[in-house]
Design a protein around this ligand. Sequence first.
Ligand code: MN
Length: 750
Amino acid sequence: MKEPENIKPKKLTKKEEDQLIESKFQDLLEGYLASNHRKKVEIIERAFRFAKEAHSGIRRRSGEPYILHPIAVAKIVSQEIGLGSTSICAALLHDVVEDTEYTEEDIEAQFGKKIASIVAGLTKISGGIFGDKASAQAENFRKLLLSMADDIRVILIKMADRLHNMRTLGSMLPSKQYKIAGETLYIYAPLAHRLGLFAIKTELEDLSFKYEHPEAYTQINNNIAASESQREHIYQQFALPVKKRLDEMGLVYEMKARVKSVYSIWNKMETKHIPFDEVYDLYAARIVFECPNEADEKRLCWNIYSEITDLYRLHPERTRDWVSTPKANGYRALHLTVMGPDGNWIEVQIRSRRMDELAERGFAAHWKYKIGEGEEESELAVWLKTIEDILNNPEPNAVDFLDTIKLNLFSSEIVVFTPKGELVTLPKNATVLDLAFNLHSELGMHCIAGKVNHKLVPLSHKLHSGDQVEVLTSHSQQPQESWLGFLTTAKGINRLRAVLRKDRRTIVEEGVKKFQSFLDSNNITISNELINKILSIKQLKNKDILYFAIGNNEVTLNDDLLSKISPKSNDGILSKLLRNPFSTAKSKEGSVVSNSEKINTKEAYLLTTIDGKDNYIIADCCHPIPGDDVLGYIDDNNRVIVHKLNCPTAMRLKSSFGGRLVATKWENTKQKFKAKIKIEGIDRMGILQEIIQIISTTLSIYIRSLNIEADNGVFNSELVVLVEDTAVVTHLCKKIKKIKGVTSVVRVNS
Ligand code: MN
């Protein structure tokens, strides 16, 4: 990818700038004229003039005239999503109501109701989905989804807007970059996936990744480039016989090798704990064939499949037939994996031209082809219906609400059958209970078990694609809190929570009574301070949860609690230490400098040690060390807590508390940091000694703790070492991996 952002644009004269704007617009028009849409140039031209005038004199942070942004968004809408004149106009006008004097009424008077209502939808959600508070965040997100249910084009244009903002993210403040990149990864990429905008989804992920992990991003790109010639060589060897067969079939086709996206390679390396060289499915071969007659598509896919499997050995478990049953986002293709000439598995994707367009552009492509409309649009309609459903049963807790929605965005699907032969699409890992809730709330509430392929299974049984499932119910069955543990669908969780909330209220009231009488009998008066103290001791989120826990007997009101909350027990540091002699986290907090001045989030915060005290806190959830990609979160006491960028907690902080984030930089800290290493291998005499020998003697690294388990000849060990930075850890892992019998060594988060 070329990156013009480091080159400062030379100052243009007013006239040159105007020429630039006009030429960008002409470029947009030409692309539109080359598309299959009706040619409504006049209204597009008018929308452009209107927006240009409205934004005149305004510049983006990068210094370029503002109007270039709406033009770029309109171009994405037209050429990358494939929408027509109404959407192009709305894209050109998308920031007019938000940023200028003009109102929705002005737009309506000039361009009619439809365009005005799309612009209005875009204006409503323009403040970014995420405010600084989770509640505002959920509210904005709800608005976004509502406007989407109203007119799908709103979200498609919003997607284009976000894509252009991501492409130009380089000129934003670093703290803003995190927030925008985090939000993109959290919501927009999954949403793009759900809408079938595959190309956009991939680009959004790669761009977010680039800003969150700049070094890893460059590294992987370099690795891809370095391995290219070898990869190309193997691919040619693989493709030659296949092409010969396809030619013999008389097909018109394209066959190409497609390298995985940088982000998905990284994801694989992270989740499988493997280095770049061990990502064997680095690329896939894709065959796109011309097929004027849609009725022949399926047969041709399978004919090609059969030719390829004549040539190469088929991986028995990796054939995916999304031709007969498309994915819920509309994706169709036939995938198979065969053994390549170098002995590595290679995936082959077979698609017709129409399927390919669909895969790249999603549902929007349907409007272009105007075929198969009823079917696919109803798939989309089903999904939108679920969203509507969640919106109509709002979850009072904002974060839960977002999680529920996200469940729906991320999951890949399975298809199961009811005894009547009805098809039901469910997210992967859905259980019998999920299906019950999906069919009908009442069925969910009273579900006692299921029959999968005629065999009795419990409620928590995970379903697989192709299962035939019958739901068994009983009137005496009552919904239970523990069900939340194995429900995976938004619909099921939402419904169950709604019922439990009603029961919950009674328990909370019970808890309030118990707590009050406990305080009364010990002569303690209730105060916010007191409550907060208990919340932090019990590690509970809020008062309501505390009362619930008391009412439910999960928190017992006893002397132990009393001694912790009543002032009498505050008997000096010594007793505190004795109570918890190994609590390093606590003692460490005492030696942390709180910043007296307000932290400037516009600059990178230097993580350093002043007079033996750190000016930061290492987050307990992910234990970052120098060399990790990290970010700082400013807590209520103005202290900086350092998280790994890819830590799940940080993910949430990024999207919920953008204003409290600060970019950080390690500044020659003389500290040693804890890093946890996981070692697995085949057990043999003396292997432990060898490991310890290497760590402490050869490398002089201090071992903080060591845990080892051996079972049936396999051993598992977790050790915590004190190190300066990631380079030391990497070196250490390499050394240990060389020990005979060790099969895997990885650094783990907590
Ligand atoms: Mn915009």
